[in-house]
Design a protein around this ligand. Structure first.
Ligand code: BT5
Length: 254
């Protein structure tokens, strides 16, 4: 792993046998001045976090678990695209490894039967060097069916025999994120438009009947028709068009 990182410009590696949450460690490093491109990898994460104070659980040695420090220079209005960019590029990495991966808005990565194989947590943190984005990614690699923490989860090994090893998955994912991020940043507004076009054409949520559980409680149902220029999901409900900036989407089967 260290050798692969050494050859990749713009990336540095901190490998930990165990961490509470790699997002927590990466946040500390960013506050202490870490440069963009630091990747904190934990062999075993013991207090992994999801969104909204939920937990992320992976048995030791079965997952690619990492966080990347980024310091985006894009205008504040483009920041909401970052979580989508990461979901899109983790999906691309799994597709490159031969999996039929899809992204559910905003950034759950799904395999067969809409089961979740990877989760992403992007957090903005203030640091003495300006705002940073902590990009946390957990990919279920070699867990057996018995080791899956929840009914809705899957792993690469459960999806198909002969899963690649964690190091390979990690390198593919980190490289895809870094490349996608560099192209997006270099492209300015056009970069965001290109990302939006690519994301739309790969997002499994568009065209589906959905139920969205909203963060403050409450839900809405309807057909997901678009992603707007700010990265929000557009849902046509029986009472009109709604735009959702955050929430949990359930793809409703016909
Ligand atoms: C997420 O939250 O999907 C974001 C998960 C981010 C995890 C990475 S690992 C590296 C970095 N460090 C951290 O501490 N976090 C990041 P959310 O959409 O809120 O989904 C959380 C829900 O997914 C939980 O409530 C469970 O239902 C389910 N879940 C927990 N562990 C899972 C797993 N390993 N695979 C699939 N689903 C899981």
């Amino acid at each position: 792993l260290a050798a692969a990182f050494g050859q990749t410009p713009g990336l540095a590696l901190e490998l930990l046998p165990e961490a509470p949450s790699t997002n927590e460690v990466a946040t500390e490093r960013a506050r202490a001045g870490a440069a963009e491109g630091l990747v904190v990898v934990a062999d075993h994460q013991v207090a992994g976090r999801g969104r909204l104070d939920r937990t992320w659980e992976t048995p030791a040695g079965t997952a690619a678990t990492f966080s990347v420090v980024l310091r985006p220079s894009v205008p504040a209005a483009s920041w909401p695209w970052l979580p989508l960019l990461v979901g899109h590029n983790v999906t691309k990495a799994l597709v490159a490894l031969g999996y039929d991966a899809r992204v559910k808005w905003p950034n759950d990565v799904l395999l067969d039967d809409d089961r979740k194989v990877a989760g992403i947590l992007v957090e903005r943190v203030e640091t003495p060097d300006g705002p940073a984005a902590i990009i946390g990614v957990g990919i279920n690699v070699s867990m057996t069916a018995d080791e899956l923490p929840v009914e809705t989860a899957t792993s690469l090994a459960v999806a198909a025999p002969g899963a690649p090893d964690r190091t390979q998955v990690l390198i593919e994912a980190v490289t895809a994120i870094r490349e996608g991020y560099d192209v997006w940043q270099a492209g300015g507004d056009l970069g965001t438009q290109r990302l939006a076009t690519s994301y739309r054409s790969h997002c499994a949520t568009l065209g589906r009947e959905v139920r969205v559980d909203l963060p403050g409680g409450g839900e809405l149902t309807g057909r997901a028709t678009d992603i707007d220029p700010d990265g929000r999901l557009v849902v046509e409900t029986s009472s009109g068009t709604e735009r959702v900036g955050a929430g949990d989407v359930v793809h409703v089967r016909a």
